[in-house]
Each structure stands twice: as C-alpha cells, then as structure tokens.
Write a protein that binds this ligand. Sequence first.
Ligand code: SAH
Ligand code: MG
Length: 220
Amino acid sequence: MEDIFAKDVLDTNLQNFLRSLLPNSDQLLLEMEEFAQNNHVSIVLPEVGQLLNLLVNLKKPKKVLEIGTGIGYSTIWMARALDENGKITTIELLPKRYEIALSNLKKAGLEDRVKLINGDAREIISEIKDTYDIIFLDAAKGQYQEFFNISQTLLSPNGLLICDNVLINGWVIDLKYPERRKKTMVYRMRAFLENLKNEKDFISSIIPLGDGVALLFKRG
Ligand code: SAH
Ligand code: MG
C-alpha cells in the first residue's frame, strides 16, 4: 500500500496564503501532522480538514462513514464538528494504522463518537445495511469509481459524498505522472471525474483545494 502526497495543485503562494488564514492546529493535530510527515502517511491538508469540519457543521449528520482512516487525522476534524447525536464509522485496511488511529481518537477524547473498523472497505461496505448522511472517501485512488458505485446506496437522500485527492498532485489535469505504475490510477481518477456530469442523481462540484476535493450531493 502506498501513500499519495498531496503536493501543490494550487500555486504555492496561494496555498501558503490560504493556510496562513486558518486557525492554528492544536497540539494533538500538530503532533499528528508531524507524525504523518515523518512516517510517510497521507493525511488531509489542514485547509481540507477545515472544510470537512465546516461541512459536518452544515449538514449535522447523524451518521458519517469514512473510507480510509489512516491515523485518524481527518476523523478528528470531522468528529469535532458532530453534535451529540452524530457518530462516525471509519474503516482502515492496515492493522498498524488502525491501532494508531484508535490511540489518537482516545487522546482526542472522541472514542465514544467514532467506531473504528479494521478491514478492507470494499468487503465491509458491501455488507453494510445502514445509510449515511456523509461519506468521506479517502482510500486507494484507483478505486474511486468502484467505491462510488457501492457507496451510492449507502448515502441517504440529500446525503453528501466527499472525495479527497481527486486531482492526485495535479496529475489528473494533464495526465502526467512520474512513474508508469501510477498510470492506471491517474486514468481511472480522470474517468471517474469525467463521468460525474452523467450522474443524474448527483449534483457535483470539484474544489481545487489541497489535492482536489469533489463534493457529490445526492438529490433528495
Ligand atoms: N483520511 C485520512 C487519510 C487516509 S490515507 C486522513 O486524511 O487523515 C488512505 C488510507 O486508506 C490508508 O491508510 C490506506 O491504508 C487506506 N486504504 C486503502 N485501501 C483501503 C481499503 N480498501 N479499505 C480500507 N482502507 C483502505
Ligand atoms: Mg487524502
């Protein structure tokens, strides 16, 4: 399993400026940002964390599903915005990351609001019978179309699907990629984005923030 590092899709000046306008991360988030940097673990950029927090505040979801927990950084950004009825279910493939996320969520005092599952989300979500008000998709970048297909039925009417890293370091824009083995992932993401306009049940918007965030709103 490899991680994608969000580089500068936006002009660096603009990105730094936008980041300078964010409230400061607290100690726990700062430690997690440092851990991610040192251990080559992908996490949402802080400005995307802030967007997630805003969207959860706006939507006031009872149930959120996250696909790809990582070390729980984005989970914390979202969980902090939940009201007392809100819960997040989050799925992580790698046992080691699952353990780290568990410990981070405890440190954040959010363990009661978050249910962590260790396993392959493709298998787990195909068995889920529940529906979710928000789904945050942030797992393998070559599998977004597949995850989108399965997660459609899990999304409640007026539900929101948020997809991170849809521009993959900007490679999706001009179909450039540094190594041959990234080709499939980049082309698949491109096809996924191009198809969104044909999805009549969804209103989509692609925000060029961080590494690219797609918002897909399921019509009620
Ligand atoms: N959302 C996290 C980052 C997740 S990084 C954050 O922003 O803080 C992507 C994660 O998805 C990785 O930890 C990877 O192990 C996990 N992943 C990849 N494929 C998966 C799958 N099929 N099921 C569950 N998790 C998966
Ligand atoms: Mg991501």
